[in-house]
Design a protein around this ligand. Structure first.
Ligand code: MRU
Length: 345
């Protein structure tokens, strides 16, 4: 099951808001449709958002009917629209910058069709890099997974959140493929239920043993010695190692620390943002209050109750045991070692 697939002149997007009940694909042909799919979380997860935005940028170029003269201004509008979809996952900005850099390289090319083709190739290469990188994250994470382990994960950092294979779930998949005896506890992940709807669904499809728990059960399981390891994904990692991920990750990290349980982040280096010194500077998205007042259309709170709905939180670096990237595992001190991994080829 693929979150995204390029069909030559359109992008097939799996509607993750409908999973696991129904499997619906939308074939989109405009950058506006891609932007709306990202905003509404039809496609979600940091690397998948990045790849979708890159394809959206290429679709914008394909849609354009004007002359070469107005093309650059038009593409700036396309980029701006895609940039405004979700603020936290840095992969979105990273992918759009890569697309924009590619366009800049083509400034002497007059033929718009040649430019369109080059932008599609660049988007395909972003997607292909993500596939490769996720498999490498899986391999690099191998040393931290014991032969037998109960692993807790939060949200969905799986194939659905990437182009293929996943980051946190990539490490889990690789361990399973190596014959390790692992069991996963998946936090349901209120309010959007990525853990309940997506992580359990993905793991069950791959025959990886999984148990669903409500978010507020994690501490009790840790207290009972039922969790050996925590692995989660990331939306943005600051230069000092502070990491933004799905709301609730911070609570899990503090709990893991209190119980002496290793807490790992798995993420591609494209999620590391050295321009942001610490977690305090990471923009945190606030989503629609309705996500808390109702559950998939069914009212669960007074319709006019005031709501606070941050979609992400920041786990301070001091609670993070290590960051598993495609280039290796980064250990503390993160301010030194993240810099080193970013310059390593
Ligand atoms: O709001 P979402 O579903 O896009 O949030 C997703 C997460 O927080 C993931 O853990 C993160 O993007 C990593 S995905 C490999």
């Amino acid at each position: 099951m693929k979150a995204l697939e390029w069909l030559g002149d359109s992008l097939r997007i799996l509607d993750q808001t409908k999973l696991p009940v129904t499997t619906i694909y939308n074939d989109v042909t405009t950058y506006e449709e891609v932007a709306e799919a990202i905003e509404s979380m039809v496609v979600r997860g940091a690397p998948a958002i990045g790849a979708a935005a890159a394809y959206g940028y290429a679709l914008g170029a394909i849609q354009y009917t004007g002359t070469r003269v107005g093309f650059q201004d038009y593409m700036n509008t396309v980029k701006e629209r895609l940039t405004k979809t979700r603020p936290t996952a840095v992969n979105l900005f990273w992918a759009l910058r890569r697309m924009e850099d590619r366009l800049r390289d083509l400034y002497e090319v007059e033929d718009l069709d040649e430019i369109r083709k080059a932008l599609v190739v660049e988007a395909e290469s972003i997607a292909e890099d993500d596939r490769r990188v996720c498999h490498l994250i899986g391999e690099q994470g191998n040393p931290i997974v014991p032969e037998e382990a109960n692993i807790l994960t939060h949200c969905n950092a799986g194939a659905l959140a990437t182009v293929e294979y996943g980051t946190a779930l990539g490490v889990i998949r690789a361990a399973h493929q190596m014959g390790k005896n692992i069991h996963v506890y998946a936090d349901e992940t209120r309010p959007f239920l990525q853990g309940a709807r997506l992580t359990t669904f993905e793991l069950m499809k791959d025959n990886i043993s999984v148990t669903l728990i409500a978010d507020n059960m994690a501490g009790y399981l840790m207290q009972q010695g039922k969790i050996d390891l925590v692995i989660v994904g990331a939306d943005r990692i600051a230069a000092n190692g502070d990491t933004a991920n799905k709301i609730g990750t911070y609570s899990v990290a503090v709990l893991a620390h209190a119980h002496g349980i290793p807490f790992y982040i798995a993420a591609p280096t494209s999620t590391i943002d050295l321009k942001v010194p610490s977690g305090q500077e990471i923009p945190i998205e606030e989503r629609n209050p309705q996500e808390l007042r109702e559950l998939f259309g069914v009212q669960t709170a007074p319709l006019d109750v005031p709501v606070y709905n941050p979609a992400f939180d920041v786990t301070p670096a001091k609670y993070i045991t290590g960051i598993i990237t495609e280039k290796g595992i980064v250990s503390p001190p993160f301010s030194v070692n993240l810099l080193k991994i970013m310059v390593r080829s």
